[in-house]
Design a binder for this molecule. Structure first.
Ligand code: NDP
Ligand code: GDR
Length: 334
């Protein structure tokens, strides 16, 4: 029988890669979307365009995270065996500006979904996309699944709350629930206001004389950056494993924002100096420190590891921006 999977946040970076992976694996894939003023869902456009996929193997349902009645009805009708919960306000810097929205969707939205799952006659396996941001300023590096939760921003607090609830529902109600503790993962489909995409896009635009300079906040900040395609494979491996558990998905390597700048400008044969300037607007009230993950449990139990080296990731993202800008220019002149 065809397996059914449901993805919240299917229009996001991870949702789109996960939908592709599950379709390749022969799943019927369902996803929840929000009502928006345009129907443009660029990350899924290639799947929409395929008549053998859209409304045949891939189905979209309107359901916001703050609308439990609709979520309950849709999930009751679809009856998925696997539920991947990826939706949420995912920008850490913005979570300082919109803390209530962030907590409403990311913390309370997850709780509502857990309650719905608990009530379903056949509860699906549940994957929660949580974050390295739950660790904030961790007591040890690299972090493991046992590292205490100690967030330093509203986003991390919301994810920390939801992470602990997933553990409670797994242990108290015997449900198959997994926390994927995801470190930063990027791709050409990354949102434009995350630092890797912003830098790669600017390097390409500067190369093509479309932009003069790039304004950034803290370029000494460090992160553990991998490729999104690897991380969605980890989600699927964790949810199809025989036992539910928590897993760190990370590369285990730290790089600075400055390293992203150097790699992206090198990919377009430019010297970054002279193009990058500091703008205090992009500084955050607090930064987490030493967020680097130890993925050895995921490797030992799921056979998972990150496969894309940092320089290759940044080159792929920058090349994609050059192609996209060049295509836009030729469309404009046609
Ligand atoms: P994106 O920001 O690209 O996608 C977020 C998704 O959530 C979009 O589909 C968005 O819909 C949807 N969404 C947001 N708010 C709501 C809402 N109120 N109701 C319904 N849907 C909503 O995030 P990513 O794909 O990068 O990340 C996926 C998840 O993994 C997120 O929860 C994120 O916090 C978490 N995560 C991501 C990491 C990363 O490095 N990428 C690392 C650690 C955790 P729309 O398209 O309409 O905006
Ligand atoms: P992050 O990603 O906060 O780690 O959250 P982001 O790319 O936004 O920031 C990474 C680091 O770069 C510094 N920085 C800037 N960041 C942005 N966005 N814009 C700038 O101009 C800029 N200049 C410097 C930031 O201060 C930070 O230190 C991502 C998200 O995907 C979360 O959803 C996820 O949980 C975590 O990764 C793990």
């Amino acid at each position: 029988m065809t397996k059914k999977a449901f993805i919240t946040g299917i229009t996001g970076q991870d949702g789109s890669y996960l939908a592709e992976l599950l379709l390749e694996q022969g799943y019927e894939v369902h996803g929840s979307v929000r009502r928006t003023s345009t129907l443009e869902r660029s990350r899924l456009a290639h799947l929409y365009a395929d008549p053998s996929v859209y409304n045949e193997q891939l189905f979209l349902h309107y359901a916001d995270l703050d609308d439990p009645t609709t979520l309950r009805r849709v999930l009751g009708r679809v009856q998925p065996q696997e539920l991947y919960h990826l939706a949420g306000q995912s920008h850490v810097g913005l979570s300082f500006e919109i803390p209530e929205t962030t907590c409403e969707f990311t913390a309370m939205g997850t709780l509502r979904l857990l309650e719905i799952v608990r009530d379903l006659p056949e509860p699906p396996r549940f994957f929660h996309a949580t974050s390295s941001e739950i660790f904030g300023r961790p007591v040890h590096s690299p972090q493991t699944e046992e590292t205490p939760i100690a967030p330093v921003n509203p986003y991390g607090c919301a994810k920390g709350f939801a992470t602990q609830l997933v553990r409670v529902y797994r242990e108290s109600h015997g449900l198959f629930m997994v926390n994927g503790i995801l470190y930063n993962h990027e791709s050409p489909r990354r949102g434009e206001n995350f630092v890797t995409r912003k830098i790669c896009r600017a390097a390409a635009a500067i190369k093509l004389n479309r932009q003069k300079e790039l304004s950034l906040g803290d370029t000494s900040a460090q992160r553990d950056w991998g490729h999104a395609r690897d991380y969605v494979r980890g989600m699927w491996l964790a949810l199809t494993h025989e036992m539910p558990d928590d897993y760190i998905f990370a590369t285990g390597k730290l790089h600075r924002v400055q390293d992203v700048i150097e790699a992206a400008f090198a990919a377009v044969d430019l010297d970054w100096q002279g193009f990058v300037r500091f703008d205090a607007h992009f500084m955050r009230p607090a930064e987490p420190l030493h967020l680097v993950g130890d993925p050895s449990k995921a490797k030992a139990q799921l056979g998972w590891s990150a496969t894309t080296p940092f320089e290759e990731l940044i080159r792929e993202m920058t090349d994609a921006e050059v192609r996209s800008l060049a295509n836009n220019a030729s469309e404009g002149s046609a």
